[in-house]
Write a protein that binds this ligand. Sequence first.
Ligand code: UD2
Ligand code: MN
Length: 385
Amino acid sequence: MPTLNSKWRYLFMLLGVQLIVMALLSREAYQKRVSYFFRIFRKLDVPSGITGSGGAHGTNHTGADVYANLSQLVQAPNKEDMHYCPVKSPLLSGPIHISFPSGLTLSQVERKNPMVVRGGRYRPPDCEARHRTAIVIPHRNREQHLKYLLYYLHPFLQRQQLSYGIYIIHQAGDYTFNRAKLMNIGFREALREEEWDCLYFHDVDLIPEDDRNTYICDKNPKHAAIAMDKFGYKSVWTVHITQLRLPYKGYFGGVSALSPLHYLKMNGFPNNYWGWGGEDDDIGIRVSLAGMSISRPSLRIGRYKMIKHKLDEGNEVNPKRFSLLAKTQQTWKLDGMNSVEYELVSREYLPLYTNITVNIGTMHGLRPPTSKPEPKERAENRPGR
Ligand code: UD2
Ligand code: MN
């Protein structure tokens, strides 16, 4: 049995501990830690399970809610008096919390992004953007990945105070996929609509994990997806050189950024890589053949989470990729932006993105002799319908 004396001692000790804890919490650094601690438990107000792990794969339990701060944004009362946005956006917070819920719908993403207008366009409501960036995403049969990407990319770009537009370049039909050719089409179709000063060529399954990875162009073409969870966040080009094949640092896959001038200087991307692989290395080689070098964000900031997937049907490994790569030096001026051929099937201004569906044919041309073109209706019904 504790005596009265020892009871008081306990009480004083408790009081003392409480005082120390309160003093510590009142310091800014501790406040941040505490608010971070509570954020882990706070649910995002989109679908049940978004903070859970019931999605494609592993969750990242650190980082901020990508939608934090954005609800405070309001339209400036008078557009004429609007100033340029600050050089560094005050909305940035660094690492972002990422998870892949199974129940997410496009209309939920729409509701989370009330300031995004038709065609997936946005301008900061309270200041004049310093940069205009178009995001070009090659796509076919990856609706689930597209939903996740839109959920994260819209607020990510809004935090950076960019004026932006999202373009999905959708390959119609079941013929072999051609990622690089779709990018060339995206370049042309996006610039037809607006004077973008930077284009981000973006795989549908890569989610940026740090909002300081600013989606603006550098003096040189930029390889943005430098560190991925898939490779333990090691430098991607190091992995590429050691695990794969190329004795150079030109790796350019995943997410890359070029100004229209960069793009035209290297005659865009190749059109002749059908199926998986090789085109990313070709693009890297083109950059240096055109006399440019590749810039990269730091390993800490250029981090991406890749949604796990298998190789798609219709995107089988391209057996010709090595022989094509050996000839890039001879072909880059002949094949690229100056030779891209396609048929525009449809252009749809959907709430979260502009969907451009195209027939790109096969390696035998736009109308291969044995081809059976896909009925127009079916192509138009994907995606986002
Ligand atoms: C790597 C590269 C990628 C590309 C590819 C080879 C990274 C991080 N990524 O990705 O940039 O060079 O190798 O071609 O280094 N897609 C569809 N539907 C399909 C097939 C592809 O939408 O049926 C699109 C989609 O945007 C996808 C991208 O093409 O993210 C690349 O294809 P992938 O994801 O199958 O290739 P992966 O992950 O090996
Ligand atoms: Mn992928």
